[in-house]
Write a protein of this length. Structure first.
Length: 238
């Protein structure tokens, strides 16, 4: 039989054990709380960085759009062109660009490009833009039709071949312009030719394909905003 003193000693020992466990759990909770706070601060800091990058590049895109518009606003109608706020410079008058089914540039379009491209390059290679440009795309687009084809797939493939040939012809002509010779090294790095066939046709107000507007050549500027945001996200989620 245990004496009263032994029983009391056992109770005190158990109480001391639970106090130690309780202190340990409280300490662990504080550690986890501290880790959570640090993580939340880190995520918020990264979120702010992403927001700042997005704002910066939205401002850059807006400024570039305004500079391009100021330079070319008087030429858009005569050239049959338009400038979109997403930095797409679109030439719509296909009859001025290529003969039907051909990839060689019309003489009229050569004159337009000789006027347009050196001025375009002067703007996008300015110090405030050139280090933030990821790609300058020449895109060739067609309608979905091809005379004499049996299937839609055949028309798509034939138009792909044609659109790719047209953009390569355009690229070759632009790189050989004497007016851009000082920028050729930069252009060979960032200027690309992309034939897209009928992958991105333009629709009319009824949601139907507009064949005439679908046949076009576009110049597009892509900035490095996506890459910078992706790098930040990699830091947040390893």
């Amino acid at each position: 039989m245990l004496t009263d003193e032994e029983k009391l000693g056992g109770i005190k020992e158990q109480e001391g054990h639970w106090v130690a466990v309780s202190d340990l759990m409280a300490g662990l909770m504080m550690v986890f709380l501290l880790i959570s706070v640090v993580f939340m601060i880190h995520v918020e800091w990264q979120r702010k960085k992403i927001t700042d990058v997005a704002i910066l590049y939205d401002h850059l895109r807006t400024q570039l759009y305004e500079d391009l518009l100021a330079e070319f606003k008087d030429d858009l109608i005569p050239w049959g062109a338009e400038l979109k706020e997403d930095l797409t410079f679109r030439f719509n008058k296909t009859d001025l660009i290529f003969a039907k089914g051909e990839s060689e540039l019309n003489e009229r379009f050569k004159l337009i490009l000789s006027d347009f491209f050196p001025r375009y390059v002067d703007i996008i290679t300015a110090d405030k833009y050139r280090n933030d440009i990821l790609e300058v795309r020449i895109e060739g687009h067609t309608s979905s039709s091809w005379l004499g084809t049996i299937s839609e797939n055949d028309a798509y493939i034939f138009n792909m071949t044609l659109s790719q040939a047209r953009t390569r012809t355009t690229l070759a002509y632009l790189l050989n312009l004497e007016a851009v010779k000082e920028d050729r090294v930069w252009l060979r790095k960032y200027l690309t030719a992309n034939g897209l066939s009928s992958a991105k046709v333009i629709l009319d107000s009824q949601g139907q394909e507009d064949p005439d507007r679908s046949r076009r050549v576009e110049f597009k500027v892509r900035t490095d905003a996506e890459g910078k945001i992706a790098t930040i996200l990699e830091d947040v989620v390893p």
